[in-house]
Design a protein around this ligand. Sequence first.
Ligand SMILES: *Cc1c(COP(=O)(O)O)cnc(C)c1O
Length: 383
Amino acid sequence: MLEAYSRCWAEIDIKAIAHNVQEIQKLVGETKIMGIVKANAYGHGDVQCAKALKECGVDFFGVSSIDEALNLRNAGIDDNVLILGYTPEEHFHYLHEQNIIQSLVSLDYAKTLNEYAMTQNVQIRAHCKVDTGMCRTGIIYRDQSKNMDSILEEYQLSNIHVEGIFSHFPVSDELDKDSKEFTLHQIELFKEVLQQLEQHGINPGIRHIQNSYGILNYGDLGFDYCRPGLLYMGVTSDDSVEIESNPDFIPILSLYANVSLVKWIEPGQSVSYGRHFIAQKPTKVATMSIGYADGLPRLVSNKNLEVLVHGIRCPLIGNICMDQCMIDVTAVDDVKQGDVVCIVGQQGKEKVTIDEISRKAQTINNETLSCITSRVPRMEKRQ
Ligand SMILES: *Cc1c(COP(=O)(O)O)cnc(C)c1O
């Protein structure tokens, strides 16, 4: 990959991660942080983020799959790595070869993994997943249908070392009465499981339940770890969603592209595929070198998304193309080829946020960030 800032690129502010970790720590007290770096750390670069988090004392990482876990190992990250999702049987061998911790997606899955471990005569490290309401993976544990026996059975498997237990929140981001009751009830169910394990003389191991909104809205729950992704990246899913706390996070990602051409067009002339923008007056148009194949969603075309040129807000006009798109720079003097357009971040005194893109794309920042594609170089922010 070219290291030049030639077409479009993302800059990651590694220093801001340390600040964000401190802000998280203020909210959760003694609870330790498991840095979630799945999906290439939501597009921010998993290895870079994991290394920065390590510098802040983070000693546990969460990923979605075995290849993501191996990516960390290959980069020399030898800390605890938990696979939050499923690992197919063909890849079980990596778990013990690379000392990776597997989530137990069900009792049957745990048994299959145990049988494998027995044939290899190895112990495989695992965390028990309890489903208290997400209905995604784990042993279902609800009011009426209590599967405590299955949870106990996982802990008793001969060749699986269950050294942790966790659950996950589906509505910790919402503050209405129903959602709060639901989440608080999940916490109660989780505690009930922990109590029963202790009554059976079983050490549950490391206990963790909070994602980013679980941290923002429920503070210090007294468990061993919390699992933030978004928060150390300095963003929430949607900045229009109210939260209980008042933290001071710094977004770590900025996104830029270069101007490739500047030209004046006459009234009546149209811009881009579909001819959805027609100039009403003489308009100065700049073409910039970023498109939907870089992760700028085509869905935000013709919705007045603003980007910064010389620190001035300029609207996107016409459809976003695969590798390029056009902006109205009539208001900016002296725009020329090679100028830097800021799509996310700060330029001069102005700021544009990932939230503006996500709102117009009708999605959450999690998706917008993780869809910035691999051809966009990730550079460390020039301080
Ligand atoms: C992705 C994920 C997280 C992190 O979620 P954020 O909202 O980014 O903090 C935590 N736990 C699990 C199980 C996840 O899948």
